[in-house]
Design a protein around this ligand. Structure first.
Ligand SMILES: Nc1nc2c(c(=O)[nH]1)N[C@H]1C(S)=C(S)[C@@H](COP(=O)(O)OP(=O)(O)OC[C@H]3O[C@@H](n4cnc5c(=O)[nH]c(N)nc54)[C@H](O)[C@@H]3O)O[C@H]1N2
Ligand SMILES: Nc1nc2c(c(=O)[nH]1)N[C@H]1C(S)=C(S)[C@@H](COP(=O)(O)OP(=O)(O)OC[C@H]3O[C@@H](n4cnc5c(=O)[nH]c(N)nc54)[C@H](O)[C@@H]3O)O[C@H]1N2
Ligand code: SF4
Ligand SMILES: [Mo]
Length: 752
């Protein structure tokens, strides 16, 4: 007999509600949940393939332990015993920083990833923390930290109400959006145009998003900061800079104007390959629109001036009065946010509180650059111990970070490595212990992170759609047990981790005079928590303490887990609302328009004006049916146009003797790969594009379908040295490369 169950999709940031069809305990289909308060039935091909993703026969079913060089299935007990026995001696002998932690992208798509890594990091006391953020959005965190005093205060474009969207280096028609959670992003862009609004897309490729736009600027990769600086300059010069109601909350407007004086449209035009009059038009359009939002993503972050570009995105929103107003870019307020404290000065945001040992990279948000992981393992210095043990949760840095070959070797040299991963892949194959989480249908879901980035305030929670298979362990319990094993409390009840967090959080809340539970007894509050599991009780606690919460009875109409469970399709909490100055945590209590680290980095941007452009620059791309490195094993999501080919413009192909379909050798600072050419005028001249997440041809993995069409690892072209200095973010776009048409131009694909 078949039944249905609701499950929020974990496969991208859009967080669509799905209705799963279930036969017995097997998911057999998925469709969009039309009653979902946020996604209203939208689904994409990935969500529609949920059953195949969930039921992939290559998913690991039991923990693996390396015995005599080989990974063998063992019991959970044996696996955690090994973790405890092997990590603790490393900590005791070499100190906490010799244990590294790597957190990958899916952690923001699981409850386990939101709730337990912070406890693990604090418990270990290690500074060797690396996450996918430094190959992604760290520049935006740094920019927000400096502007607003809070690295997580990221304004999102008000897609449904804006009159004008300037979209930079993002391709939501393939990615479905990022740092802007919006189910049916494509439909919302079409609606923007249908209501008379305008869409401008800045991208070196004519993407499907660009094809939808009123205007597409095929900018030279890596030069967006120059373009945006020139637009800001034009606003000042033409007296169009008018922050309006924001003015009392701003600090440094005159200094900003002065700092941008050299970046005239005429000065940047050659570097950006965008004509100066057009830059002025863009600035005027932005200022003239009744409301407008500037929004930048991967193409504006993973570049040499990523932090400056991210900062300038917000600067333009501020100068045109669009920050924090409907139709502009606003700060969401999620249900599990802390109760907002009254506006006032805060502690601010600091960079570089410590540095990486080898490359001396400053920490950002407590993290070191993922690009530096290999050297932190394979290079000894007098500074301190190299990393000798590694905890990897939901990450595949061998493919997603620069120079996978070096990282491959470095991982092999570790004393101990544990991976929490459903697959034996390019990274987890190096682990001594692999702890496989259950498939998503067996896991609960709540979007702690993405609700803070959503274009509408709303809250949804789905319980596991099917029970845990025998022999499976919930990922929340895996991470709780891993935390205990790694921090010297091996064998303790895993619910102790939740109890500890609850005790600390409630203890703090009752001491906080602005909390709805001020002065109450933490034990009484803890006793009121509902939920079947530790993670559910923690969700209940966060909801009840949060901005919409019931305050444990103080606001009887407020949110709680119980209330949420009574609304299986979610609860809409309304459109984004202006919130300033409350979110500001700068010491001045105002928006710091020209923070010192930004001002200090501007000379580097000025020098970029005179740098001769490389002949060929590499950029990435995403495909609608992809998800970084880990969906190439699903037959329904591969094939067709979802291939690892090198996009090259016809003029470049002709000049370099490259034929469509023929293998081309691409060389970069970190190595070379050979991929078939796809001659297309969707890339601008002087730019080639390879997607990331491919290169499934290493031995010792268990990704049978992915191995049939492995593709090549684009990140092998990088050596890890090119970083945005403020954020430590890898430069993944705008990378100089050289091409050689291989002589065997047979038209067939031979890989490397
Ligand atoms: N050249 C280039 N490189 C890039 C990018 C680019 O645009 N260009 N993009 C970058 C970006 S934005 C990101 S976010 C990173 C992503 O980089 P990563 O986070 O390293 O890579 P993913 O491919 O998302 O791999 C996630 C891992 O998690 C596992 N996994 C899947 N589901 C679960 C789960 O529920 N629980 C657990 N524990 N594990 C799970 C998968 O098997 C896989 O091993 O890649 C970056 N790399
Ligand atoms: N289908 C699919 N969806 C995904 C993912 C996936 O792998 N596949 N990954 C998820 C993740 S982890 C993330 S972070 C998001 C990313 O979401 P997006 O940022 O929307 O993703 P991309 O498709 O990489 O879009 C980046 C665009 O920037 C362009 N670009 C490259 N260099 C430059 C430059 O210098 N300047 C400008 N202006 N543009 C440039 C590229 O051509 C590309 O079209 O997507 C998420 N969603
Ligand atoms: S758009 Fe994203 S969240 Fe929605 S169904 Fe597709 S993959 Fe899932
Ligand atoms: Mo990402």
């Amino acid at each position: 007999m078949s039944r249905t169950a609701l499950r929020i999709c974990p496969l991208c940031e859009a967080t669509c509600g799905l209705t799963l069809t279930i036969e017995g305990t097997t998911v057999t289909g998925a469709r969009g949940d039309r009653e979902d308060v946020f996604s209203k039935g939208f689904i994409c091909p990935k969500g529609a393939s949920f059953a195949a993703v969930d039921g992939d026969p290559d998913r690991l079913r039991a923990p693996l332990l390396r015995v005599d060089g080989e990974l063998r299935e063992v019991s959970w007990q044996e696996a955690f015993d090994a973790v405890a026995a092997r990590i603790r001696p490393v900590v005791e002998r070499h100190g906490p920083h010799s244990v590294g932690i790597v957190l990958g992208n899916p952690n923001v798509h699981t409850m386990a990833g939101a709730l337990y890594p912070p406890v693990l990091i604090a418990g270990l006391g290690t500074r060797s923390l690396f996450t996918a953020s430094t190959v992604d959005q760290m520049p935006k965190h740094v920019s927000s930290g400096l502007l607003y005093g809070d690295a997580n205060a990221i304004p999102v474009p008000d897609l449904d109400r804006t009159d004008h969207l300037l979209l930079i280096g993002a391709n939501p028609l393939e990615s479905n959006g990022s740092l802007c959670t919006a189910p049916d992003f494509p439909g919302r862009l079409k609606a923007l145009r249908a209501r008379g609004g305008t869409l401008t897309v800045v991208d070196p490729r004519r993407t499907r998003t660009a094809a939808l736009a009123d205007r597409h600027l095929a900018i030279r990769p890596g030069t967006d900061a120059l373009l945006l600086a020139a637009m800001a300059h034009a606003l000042f010069e033409e007296d169009l800079a008018d922050p309006g109601e924001l003015a009392p909350h701003l600090h440094g407007l005159d200094e900003l104007r002065h700092a941008l004086r050299d970046f005239t449209p005429e000065a940047v035009a050659v570097a950006c390959d965008v004509e100066a009059p057009l830059i002025r038009i863009l600035a005027r359009e932005l200022a003239a629109a009744p409301t407008a939002a500037v929004y930048g993503r991967i193409g504006s972050c993973t570049v040499a001036h990523g932090t400056l570009a991210s900062w300038l995105v917000d600067v333009l929103n501020i100068l045109t009065g669009n920050l924090d107003r409907p139709g502009g870019a606003l700060f969401p307020q999620a249900a599990t946010d802390r109760t907002p404290r009254p506006a006032g000065p805060g502690r601010g945001f600091r960079l570089g509180r410590w540095h990486s040992r080898v490359g001396r990279h400053p920490e950002a948000k407590g993290e070191l650059p993922l690009s530096a992981l290999a050297e932190e393992i394979d290079t000894a210095t007098e500074e301190g111990e190299p990393i000798r043990a590694l905890v990897v949760v939901a990450a595949n840095p061998v493919l997603s970070a620069p120079d996978g070959d070096r990282l491959d070797k470095a991982l092999d040299s570790l004393d101990f490595m544990v991976s929490v991963d459903p697959y034996l892949n390019e990274t987890s194959r190096h682990a001594d212990v692999v702890l496989p989480p259950p498939p998503p249908a067996q896991s609960p879901h709540h979007d702690f992170a993405f609700n803070t980035l959503a274009i509408r305030n709303q809250v949804r929670y789905t319980r596991p759609a099917v029970p845990l298979e025998p022999g499976r362990m919930a990922e929340t319990e895996i991470l709780a047990r891993l935390t205990l094993a790694a921090t010297g409390m091996h064998g303790a009840d895993p619910t102790a981790v939740d109890a500890l967090v609850v005790e600390q959080t409630l203890g703090k809340a009752v001491r906080d005079e602005h909390s709805p539970v001020h002065g109450r007894a933490p034990e009484d509050l803890a006793a009121q928590l509902t939920g079947d599991t530790g993670p559910e009780r923690r969700l209940d606690m966060m909801l009840r303490l949060g901005p919409y919460g019931d305050g444990f009875g103080a606001r009887p109409d407020g949110l709680s887990l119980e209330r949420l469970l009574a609304h299986p399709h979610g609860i809409d909490l309304g459109p984004l609302r202006p919130r300033l100055p409350q979110p500001l945590k700068t010491p001045s209590g105002r928006v710091e328009l020209l923070p010192a680290p930004i001002a200090d980095d501007l000379p580097r941007l000025r020098r970029a004006l005179d740098a001769p452009p490389a002949e060929l620059l590499l950029v990435g791309r995403r495909h609608l049916r992809s998800n970084n490195s880990w969906l190439h094993n699903i037959p329904a999501l591969t094939g067709g146009s979802n291939r690892c080919t090198l996009h090259i413009h016809p003029a470049d192909a002709e000049r370099l003797g490259v034929r469509d379909g023929a293998p081309v050798r691409v060389r970069g600072a970190g190595g070379e790969v050979t991929a078939p050419a796809e001659v297309t005028d969707t890339v601008r001249p002087g730019v080639v594009s390879l997607p990331h997440g491919w290169g499934h041809d290493r031995p010792g993995t268990r990704l049978r379908h992915a191995a049939t069409e492995p593709g090549v690892n684009v990140n092998q072209l990088l050596d890890g040295r090119a970083l945005d200095p403020l954020s430590g973010n890898a430069v993944l776009n705008g990378v100089p490369v050289e091409l050689t048409a291989t002589p065997a131009a047979t038209g067939s694909y031979e890989g490397n």
